[in-house]
Write a protein that binds this ligand. Structure first.
Ligand code: C5P
Length: 205
């Protein structure tokens, strides 16, 4: 069984994808991490994320980079959204994601274009969303817990900018696949959102 989970930043898609992978005993790939690894390499090597050739050169990152906690920061996420708009960057990461999805027992992948581009034949597709204000609140709480001193308005502006870039780009923009079930987590606890995701999987698998 292949499960595709797409949605914007802080929608809950990562938590839901991890919980589904555990429940169904499937391997899980957070595809955002691949774009974050490209972004981290661009930053470390002082390349220009707006330049496609620079971003493509950064696609050759070592696997060990995927474990670096720095990748999870908002600074890297912002640059990830810039490098991910380049078609040659997306092409360079495509096979790796398709191979993961094609494992014999199936897999869970989360990202922006899993149901539309990476695994259009996935058995189950979920599109997870929540209002920008609620996603910003979640992200802001998380940042504050980790000791970051950043305003809610700044976080909301960053979330809106990222949504805009991810959904406006020409190549594989973020969008709900026609056959994806919509899961709005705006007013759901984590447990309730996971429960709802399981119900949707059970109804579709
Ligand atoms: O999900 P996450 O916030 O880690 O993703 C970081 C960035 O990587 C996103 O803002 C998006 O631009 C890009 N991305 C993508 N396609 C995916 C996953 C992530 O373009 N499948």
């Amino acid at each position: 069984m292949i499960i595709a989970v797409d949605g914007p930043a802080a929608s809950g898609k990562g938590t839901i994808a991890r919980a589904l992978a555990k429940r169904y005993g499937l391997p899980h790939l957070d595809t955002g991490l691949l774009y974050r690894a490209v972004a981290a390499t661009v930053l470390r090597e002082e390349l220009d994320p707006e330049k496609e050739a620079d971003a493509v050169a950064a696609c050759d990152f070592p696997d060990s980079l995927l474990d670096d906690p720095w990748l999870r920061t908002d600074d890297v996420g912002k640059v990830a959204s810039v490098v991910s708009a380049h078609p040659l960057v997306r092409a360079s990461l495509l096979q790796r994601q398709r191979r993961f999805a094609g494992q014999p027992g199936g897999a869970v992948l989360d990202g922006r274009d899993i149901g539309t581009v990476i695994a259009p034949d996935a058995d189950v597709k979920l599109f997870v969303k929540a209002t920008p204000a609620i996603r910003a609140r979640r992200r802001h709480d998380e940042l504050r817990r980790n000791g970051a001193n950043v305003s809610y308005d700044r976080v909301l502006a960053d979330i809106r900018a990222r949504d805009e870039r991810d959904s406006r780009r020409a190549d594989a923009p973020m969008r709900q696949a026609d056959d994806a079930a919509l899961l709005d987590t705006s007013f759901l606890s984590i447990d309730a959102a996971v429960q709802r995701a399981v119900e949707l999987v059970e109804a579709r698998k």
